[in-house]
Design a protein around this ligand. Sequence first.
Ligand code: 6PG
Length: 466
Amino acid sequence: MKMAKIDTVVVIGLGVMGKNLALNILDKKFRVIGYDVNQTKRNEISHSQYNSIKELEDLKSYNQNPVAVFLMLPADKISDDYISTVFALLHPESVVIDGGNSHFKDSIRRVQTFAERNYQYLGVGISGGAEGALKGPSMMIGGHKTSYEKLAHIFNEIGASFEEKSCARYVGASGAGHFVKMIHNGIEYAIMQSIAEIYTVLKTSGSFIPLEISEVFQSWQDSHLDSYLLRISAEIIAHKEQNEQGFTLDLIKDQAKHKGTGKWVSQFAFDLGVPINGINAALESRFLSSDKALRSKIDGIYNSEKQILQSNNESRQSLIQWSKELLELNYILSFAQGISLIQKGSIDFNLNVQLTEVLAAWMNGCIIECKFISALLEIYKKQPALEHLLLEDSIAKNVKQLQYNSRKLVALAISNHIPLNVSANNISYFDYLKTLHSSANLIQAQRDFFGQHGFERIDKDGIFHF
Ligand code: 6PG
């Protein structure tokens, strides 16, 4: 007998993300059962299709039919035992979805462990912040396809869409959803930092007031750079608090925090030996920013004579153009690094990630959403096995053009004491990849010289020593 489509969704964890997701689901005409340990949060939603439960055990009273359960809890609050408890309270055909920022290795293990017990579990990376959860997030879904198919009608309704295509996508096997979301966050860090670097150059040049920088950023929205992060940056830069003269940004501490998913990307890339220089530099920029006391001591010694970029009207236009090109180059190289990590990780962990599905999920609703992704989608539709983005013709043509002014801007920034960690690292990443004869022969020689590790030669096979 064919079972009726699941029409009831349980949301466990009604913090900002959980609450907004519940409201989104209600808006799409599904019934929602909400649970949170906090009574106020449980009762915050008022809707004819909404019921809250006081205790997790009360889920039992809904076990006549299968339901979809979204766990919207911080990763450290989700344990295998907790999930087992939830499953035991449900109809056996129910599907539990981890919608938090869990580590993908936990996701792989859980999909497999629970499948052995005939439970259906999906690990779903959800992006788009609080607003995305409410209006339609990007969803990267991983697990057994049959479990996904049971809930596809719900995912398609509640996820964001782009040109009427859903951005809630089944991206691959067990763990693939959280894996892709993790790398999404690495790209997110790199693009955020790239925009911050361009902002700093323009601000330090002395030729732009914040409102002008905001306008410059806005004007780039009609190019390939059209993106969520650039849009919000333009808004943030121009923001003033009520009755305040100055800009809000100037009142915000220059010390960036992080919750850890960006760090997982770097740790993972190190384990796999995949270079992601720009993404790593974005994480390290946050580390560098955090010790303000040390920075101010060092600034006192080395940076007392601050140099400001000098610019006349002509160079003002150049600065805008160079900045735009550098930002475009950073977008390309950030995605290139993230994609190469997805490709390698997918093979090593048997995740069977469908890159075109990932890109389709990123088209709208997520933090790294940008126009450039449509170009990427076309590229990977035509060449799914493309080894590296820099090898593709249209990208190569573009990068060849963008590199000149990008280099000029990075050089200018370095000579003016402005740290452009992501931009400089991205250019080095590109330069290294296009270097036919690298300095690694000397590294090999040094290793052998002091450690007798051996070196290989270009003129004959075998292992040799000094
Ligand atoms: C998203 C964001 C989000 C992110 C948090 C914390 O896609 O909606 O990536 O999930 O994890 O905003 O980010 P930090 O690591 O910067 O704390």
